[in-house]
Ligand binder design. Structure first.
Ligand code: HEC
Length: 101
């Protein structure tokens, strides 16, 4: 799961949030220690699926990621940048995606 998550992170997130999760100051927020990464995993899935819950935010929607890729990349983020704040599972992503649609 973590290796898969790293692969998705490198493909879809690294360009903006950087390999070390520190982001680019003034442009892209860091994920390292971010309250979204540390907090409720449901909220984190919702954030990344919708690109931040609001049409004004700058991040893209990642609703094209499969449930498996989304669970893997967010598990990776929570493990590596979120002090091990807990895995995200595939069923959880599927449930939240259905709720958001
Ligand atoms: C094109 C650049 C870009 C890419 C690619 C990108 N993000 Fe973001 N991300 C942003 C920006 C910009 C924000 C801040 C949005 C805002 O606050 O308006 C953000 C915010 C976030 C936040 C909230 C951080 C905080 O503390 O405010 C999370 C979590 C997040 N991104 C996760 C991801 C994940 C996971 C991926 C890969 C699937 C990803 N992002 C890909 C640019 C990007």
């Amino acid at each position: 799961m973590l290796a898969d998550g790293l692969a998705v992170y490198q493909r879809d997130c690294l360009a903006c949030h950087m390999a070390d999760g520190r982001g680019v100051p003034g442009i892209n927020p860091g994920l390292l220690g971010s309250p979204w990464v540390l907090g409720s995993s449901d909220a984190l899935v919702g954030y990344v699926l919708t690109g931040g819950f609001s049409p004004e935010v700058l991040m893209a929607r990642f609703d094209y990621l499969s449930d498996t890729d989304m669970a893997a990349v967010l598990t990776y983020c929570r493990e590596v940048f979120g002090e091990g704040s807990g895995a995200v599972n595939v069923e959880q992503v599927a449930r939240l995606r259905a709720q958001l649609e």
